[in-house]
Design a protein around this ligand. Structure first.
Ligand SMILES: NC(=O)c1ccc[n+]([C@@H]2O[C@H](COP(=O)([O-])OP(=O)(O)OC[C@H]3O[C@@H](n4cnc5c(N)ncnc54)[C@H](OP(=O)(O)O)[C@@H]3O)[C@@H](O)[C@H]2O)c1
Length: 236
């Protein structure tokens, strides 16, 4: 499905990102992925996947994002997956907490897209998939700043899909529910049980559930799908 294509996945060292990299690799892509602190996981994944390359990118640093991504010879597919979350009640919020959340989840996504899309615009071809979250779509017990940052992925997706349509670039968004790991690792048992009770599939999501949806939206099989949100939440 992706033979001869280069896919860039941000946050490939994480729970969902590493599974997205594995899926694209299985479908024949050359996979380039970013990491930040978890060099060990990144190196292990690079070793595991045949045609892959790990690059260290600080998603809070616009210059680092731009320099490293624009230096890549070609990006056919971009997956904006890198993200962060933290439990922080509103009354205790400090400005730096909000900055961290918005820098990584919103600003990082926007500038990674700018860097990768410049080549796509020149070639008049490409596909972008952003990671949203059910947290940004429903009234849930989640950190409000995280919800705000993930809701931004939906708006960014729709407007950008419209802006880039004349360059033959599609932009879509995958909206995961509560997953088994990653940013959802510390979710209290009672909240997870509540999610599972309201989920038609009767379980938390797996990274592979999300990875397959991302690959589908990025592929030519989804050539008539643009500016959409695909919920991967087991039916809530
Ligand atoms: N897990 C869930 O239940 C869930 C649900 C809905 C949506 N999502 C979304 O799915 C995406 C992946 O999350 P995940 O659950 O797989 O989390 P994760 O395991 O914590 O992975 C997060 C990834 O983002 C990278 N990252 C974080 N801060 C960074 C920074 N400042 N600079 C560069 N990279 C940074 C991490 O790199 P290092 O580890 O190398 O630092 C890691 O690769 C996120 O966008 C998240 O919002 C997750």
């Amino acid at each position: 499905m992706f033979k001869g294509k280069t896919v860039l996945v941000t946050g490939g060292s994480g729970y969902i990102g590493s599974e997205i990299c594995r899926a694209f690799s299985r479908y024949g892509a050359e996979v380039i992925f970013t990491y930040s602190k978890n060099e060990k996981a990144a190196k292990a994944l690079q070793k595991e996947l045949k045609k892959s390359k790990a690059i260290s990118v600080n998603m809070r640093d616009v210059k680092d994002i731009t320099d490293k991504i624009e230096a890549l010879p070609r990006v056919d597919v971009l997956v904006n997956n890198a993200g962060t979350s933290a439990v922080m009640p509103l009354a205790l919020l400090e400005e730096e907490d909000v900055d961290l959340m918005l820098d990584v989840n919103v600003k990082g996504m926007i500038f990674a897209t700018r860097a990768a899309a410049r080549g796509m615009i020149r070639r008049k071809a490409g596909s972008i998939v952003n990671l949203g979250s059910l947290a940004g779509e429903r009234m849930l017990d989640v950190p409000a700043t995280y919800a705000a940052s993930k809701a931004a992925a939906g708006g960014f997706t729709m407007a950008l899909a419209s802006e880039l349509k004349r360059f033959n670039i599609r932009v879509n968004c995958v909206v995961p529910g509560l997953m088994e790991g990653g940013v959802a690792k510390g979710v209290p048992d009672e909240l997870r049980a509540d999610f599972v009770r309201h989920c038609a599939a009767g379980r938390s999501g797996k990274a592979s559930d999300v990875a397959e949806a991302v690959c589908f939206l990025a592929s030519d099989k989804a050539s008539y799908i643009n500016g959409q949100k695909l919920f991967v939440d087991g039916g809530v």
